[in-house]
Structure formats: C-alpha cells, structure tokens
Design a protein around this ligand. Structure first.
Ligand SMILES: Cc1cc2nc3c(=O)[nH]c(=O)nc-3n(C[C@H](O)[C@H](O)[C@H](O)COP(=O)(O)O)c2cc1C
Length: 244
C-alpha cells in the first residue's frame, strides 16, 4: 500500500543475492495450471539496455540497479509436450497465450512487492511493446514466447507522492457490475483530488483531472503499436484467430 513507481535510482547496482531473492519471489507466484509459463531475462549488457532505452523512450532505465524483461513462455512447455498434436494445438491457443501473460504479469508484481519489502523501488514498463520486432530480435525470443513487460528496479533516489486511486465505491462492487455515472459526486471529487495531486506533486506539475487524463491516454494513435498483432502471429500465437 506504500507503492509508487520509482524512476530515479542511486548508482548502486543490485547484488547477485538481491537478484536471486527477487527471482525467488517471481518463482513462487501463482501460475496458471502449474505450467510456469514465464521466463525472465536479466538485461546487463549496456548495448541492450540502450536499445531498451530507445524502444521505451526511458533512457533512465540504463541507470537502474537492475533490469528484468518478463516473457510469456510456452516454448519451454512445447519442448516438454513433445509431438502430441493436441498439446501443440493448445500451446498455440489464445487461452495459453493469455495464461503466459497472466503468469508473467503476476510474477512481475511479485518482484515489485518483494523489491519494495527490501527497500527497492521499481517501474513496470509496458513501453517495451513500442517496438516488438526489435525486442524479439534483440533478445533472440523464439516462437511461442512473447515479451510482456520490463521492470527497472533499484535503490530509490526519489520518494514521489503516492498517486491517489479511484474511490473503492467506483471500482469494487458486490454481486453485480455497477456502471459509472459520470455525474457521480465521488467521481467529481476524485477528479478534484487528481487535479490537486498533479498541481502539488514535486515534478512534472500540470493541470489535469482524471477524466481528462483518460481522454488523453486513449486518444493516442491506435496505430502506434500496430505491430503487436503481427508479432504475436509471427511468434506462433493467435493461430486460432481468423485473418481478415
Ligand atoms: C502494465 C503497466 C505498464 C506500465 N508501463 C509504464 C511505462 O512504460 N513507463 C512508465 O514510466 N511507467 C509505466 N507504468 C507505471 C504506471 O505509469 C504507474 O503504475 C501509474 O502511473 C500509477 O503510478 P504509481 O505506480 O506510482 O502508483 C506501467 C504500469 C503498468 C501496470
């Protein structure tokens, strides 16, 4: 509950013991059908970190204490499953693609939380998907693997304000879904809370409600990451989705 993303780190690198502890946390995360469909790449090569900086636009990641790339991985299971036709068909399915994404996502949050318990800070990066073909090539990702998220982690050199979240009444329901009423006083109050958060925070101050933030976020060009579907197919996924 003390979480905030950390984007400035001290020069101190993570020790091998710290890295092993974080990986242990990832390994013990729940995993769909006990199939352990996640692999993690530690990125230490400065040239590869620079490529990640280019892809994400976050060159500060090169100064993090460590960098992990989380991969949805059915390639390992494909090797274990041998040539059973049913198993191979399953491995290529959207269901198993999602399972890999679930496992990778749950594992990354386990690392984030374990890191915070050790006094480390981190930022999850979906922006690794800005150039999936380059990412796949840089890390030699085989078919039936797909990059999901990156994680810059290290010793915090900042303590940013926590970003206030939506009131629970707007996101936690009982027994049935409750659609949002845009005039809900709780939303109006939350918009005000976010406006003052952006006005008062230590860096990148701006004037913005949450509602406006969402409009801006979802007004980005949908073509920006248009390569994702093609890359998924190239990696052997979405084979059960008809091509247009
Ligand atoms: C799936 C996912 C992808 C994210 N991608 C990025 C990213 O590419 N760059 C970045 O700076 N932050 C990224 N974040 C961090 C979010 O911006 C951050 O969690 C959000 O603004 C809330 O702030 P907080 O984590 O400090 O509470 C990502 C978070 C998630 C969960």
């Amino acid at each position: 509950m003390a979480h905030r993303s950390i984007r400035h780190f001290t020069a101190e690198k993570l020790t091998p013991t710290e890295i092993a502890t974080l990986i242990t946390a990832a390994q013990h995360a729940a995993t769909s059908t006990f199939s352990q469909q996640v692999s993690i790449i530690s990125v230490t090569d400065p040239a590869k970190l620079a490529i990640l900086g280019d892809i994400t636009g976050h060159h500060w990641l090169e100064k993090a204490g460590h960098y992990f790339l989380f991969i949805a991985d059915q390639a390992r299971n494909a090797q274990l499953a041998g040539d059973s036709a049913t198993a191979q068909a399953n491995l290529h399915s959207t269901d198993k693609l999602l399972a890999g994404i679930f496992d990778a996502t749950i594992a990354i949050e386990a690392v984030v939380t374990a890191g915070e318990s050790l006094g480390l800070g981190s930022t999850i990066m979906g922006s690794v998907l800005n150039d999936v073909p380059r990412l796949i090539q840089t890390f030699d990702l085989p078919r039936l693997t797909f990059p999901v998220l990156g994680l810059a982690i290290g010793h915090p050199a900042e303590q940013p304000e926590q970003k206030p979240r939506l009131p629970q009444e707007l996101m936690h329901f009982t027994n049935t879904y409750r659609p949002l009423d845009p005039a809900d006083p709780q939303l109006v109050a939350y918009d005000r809370t976010i406006t003052s958060y952006y006005q008062q925070r230590g860096s990148h101050q701006r004037e913005e409600t949450y509602t406006h933030h969402i409009l801006t976020e979802f007004s980005r060009d949908p073509q920006q990451r248009a390569g994702i579907t093609a890359a998924l197919k190239q990696q052997g996924f979405l084979t059960d989705v008809p091509t247009e």
